[in-house]
Ligand binder design. Structure first.
Ligand code: CO8
Length: 257
């Protein structure tokens, strides 16, 4: 019997997506790509969803792209299929996506974590881009996102040696935002996700978009983009409510409008 390659669970305003190929250490094949991207797109449009969490198992977030699915492909096959271009769909998701990484996040697994907006690591997590050992290089954005996250020299070290880094090193070099005990990681990240999902969705989406601008454009353009988004939020209910609540010393009741 075929099992679902991902498990999707909604808890309050948070949707948790759990990679579910335990026999292959959650290796990412085309079915996983389609399932993850489709679930994110479906819930991204839902005003009752304010944050996503993507996680795997205690042993593996994901041990890479599925090597067995790719190994016999020719360059022509890869080009014609535009292999794994579907992962680009994640960059159009406007709701924040948090990665809760336990165990191995290797190759495409590390790249999937880096497609998320924040990476939280369990204390036994291992990150790496070991593609060099397979005669290839990262192919899901790793050379670009890892370099932007950790800088040229650490990225070169990781990509050219294929070594793994542990959670402490990942936090120290700004790949992981925070580290939690492995067995508490998913609960901790779900709580962070609930906190984010409790804020006004318009401002949350604007904050995500503005930070992403910092990665992709120049400073002047990015600061202007941020200021225009900031100005625009003054037409929202949630700005009026958030500022009134502060003045009146009470909790805000955000509506996402
Ligand atoms: N693909 C397919 N199967 C895998 C993968 C993978 N990436 N990783 C593990 N598995 C399978 C193993 O083959 C094994 O299956 P079986 O029981 O049928 O033999 C099962 O998962 C358990 O794995 P191990 O027995 O190897 O478990 P260990 O605990 O001994 O080792 C490791 C764990 C160290 C994580 C080891 O499994 C490993 O090195 N895995 C491969 C890691 C790797 O090289 N990842 C990079 C893959 S390439 C990639 O991600 C490129 C991304 C970009 C593609 C873009 C295309 C355009």
């Amino acid at each position: 019997m075929m099992t679902d390659v991902i498990l999707v669970e909604q808890v309050e305003r948070v949707v948790k997506i759990t990679l579910n190929r335990p026999d292959a250490l959650n290796a990412l094949n085309l079915d996983v790509m389609e399932a993850v991207a489709s679930a994110l797109e479906q819930y991204d449009r839902d005003p009752n969803v304010g944050c996503f969490v993507i996680t795997g198992s205690e042993k593996a977030f994901a041990a890479g792209a599925d090597i067995k699915e790719m190994q016999d492909k020719s360059a022509t096959d890869m080009l014609n299929a535009d292999w794994f271009a579907g992962w680009d769909r994640l960059s159009r998701i406007r709701t924040p996506i948090l990665a809760a990484v336990n165990g191995y996040a290797l190759g495409g697994g590390c790249e999937l974590a880096m497609m998320c907006d924040v990476i939280y690591a369990g204390d036994r997590a291992k990150f790496g881009q070991p593609e060099i050992k397979l005669g290839v290089i990262p192919g899901m954005g790793g050379s670009q996102r890892l370099t932007k996250a950790v800088g040229k020299y650490k990225a070169m070290d990781m990509i050219l040696t294929g070594r793994m880094m542990d959670a402490t090193e990942a936090e120290r070099c700004n790949l992981a935002a925070r580290v939690f005990d492995a067995d508490k990681l998913v609960d901790e990240v779900m709580n962070i996700a609930k906190e984010i999902a409790g804020f006004g969705k318009l401002s949350v989406m604007a904050g995500k978009e503005a930070v992403n601008r910092a990665l992709e454009g120049g400073l002047t353009e990015g600061v202007l983009f941020e200021r225009r988004s900031f100005h625009g939020l003054f037409s929202s209910h949630d700005q009026k409510e958030g500022m009134a609540a502060f003045s009146e010393k009470r909790d805000a009741n955000f509506k996402g409008e």
